[in-house]
Ligand binder design. Structure first.
Ligand code: CP
Length: 292
């Protein structure tokens, strides 16, 4: 039958820890062919590089058969609905669907009507559960634990499904989660703090991209002004604690939210996050297809 993973808030902490532990075992070299030959389809209705292709690598590592879906060449172009597209793949007898869509909680439209388990690859500005698992695995690898650590998520918080998911789940794990950035994009309930204080006090600084494609009104700041005001620069990262690290869910807009020279600097774990994406997604697939 399989299990969905739509939101981390649906899982108890022990369940999330179990996925992180499995991801770490995959990172350490464990192999798994238990699900070899099962069929998965990745239905991405929004652009993606990391989530889509790291899922594909994870699926191939596990021996799954992967079906590609391209919305541009599908019958969506003949006015078929999102619902009917998903129900069509469900009717094929596929073992697993991975879905990304621009609408928050898109899955509410069909989830009770599907027999195929669904992994959420991101819903609008709502949730990005596998990215948060990646982020927590990366932090755990760095510090050995999550509880007691502090993270500042900086940038377009309001439009970030990564920020929303991380805020909820990291607080549950005992982290202090703060946000900072342009006032119009920081939410009152998400512990806003001044940018300089965030840099000085937190163990993890997570920069976010400005998601212009989700804005209803134009963001007034130019890229240069944003970089001067909220961007991570070679100068202001000297304010960070000695062992503090830089993260970013990516895609990165170099020289906007983070200086080009910092993206691959010793403090940065940005490409480590991408590497962990494969292991986390292998663990999430094992969770979805495995026994309880
Ligand atoms: N972090 C992330 O979700 O990246 P993609 O949009 O490239 O999948």
């Amino acid at each position: 039958m399989g299990k969905n993973l739509l939101r981390l808030k649906d899982l108890p902490l022990a369940g999330i820890e179990g996925i992180l532990d499995q991801a770490q075992r995959f990172c350490d070299g464990e192999k798994c062919q238990e699900f070899a030959g099962k069929i998965v389809c990745n239905l991405f209705f929004e652009p993606s590089t990391r989530t889509l292709y790291s899922f594909q690598v994870a699926q191939q590592n596990l021996g799954l058969k992967v079906i590609s879906f391209n919305p541009e060449s599908s019958s969506l172009q003949k006015a078929e609905s999102f619902y009917d597209t998903v129900k069509t793949f469900d009717s094929f007898g596929i073992d697993l669907l991975v879905i990304r869509h621009r609408r928050n909680e898109y899955y509410n439209e069909f989830i009770s009507k599907l027999g195929t388990p669904v992994l959420n690859g991101g819903d609008g500005t709502g949730q990005h559960p596998t990215q948060s698992l990646v982020d927590m695995l990366t932090i755990r690898q760095e510090f050995g634990h999550l509880d007691g650590l502090s993270i500042a998520i900086i940038g377009d918080v309001a439009h970030s499904r990564v920020a929303h998911t991380n805020f909820e789940v990291m607080e549950r794990f005992g982290m202090r989660v703060y946000t900072s950035g342009p006032p119009e994009y920081v939410e009152k309930g998400m512990n806003p703090i001044p940018f300089k204080q965030a840099l000085t006090e937190c163990d993890v600084i997570m920069a976010l991209r400005i998601q212009r494609e989700r804005h209803e009104t134009n963001f007034s700041m130019s890229a240069e002004e944003y970089h001067r005001t909220y961007g991570l620069t070679a100068q202001n990262v000297t304010l960070m604690k000695k062992n503090a690290i830089i993260m970013h869910p990516a895609p990165v807009n170099r020289n906007v939210e983070i200086a080009d020279e910092l993206v691959e600097s010793p403090r940065s774990r940005i490409f480590k996050q991408m590497q962990n994406g494969v292991f986390v997604r292998m663990a999430v697939i094992k969770y979805a297809l495995g026994e309880d």
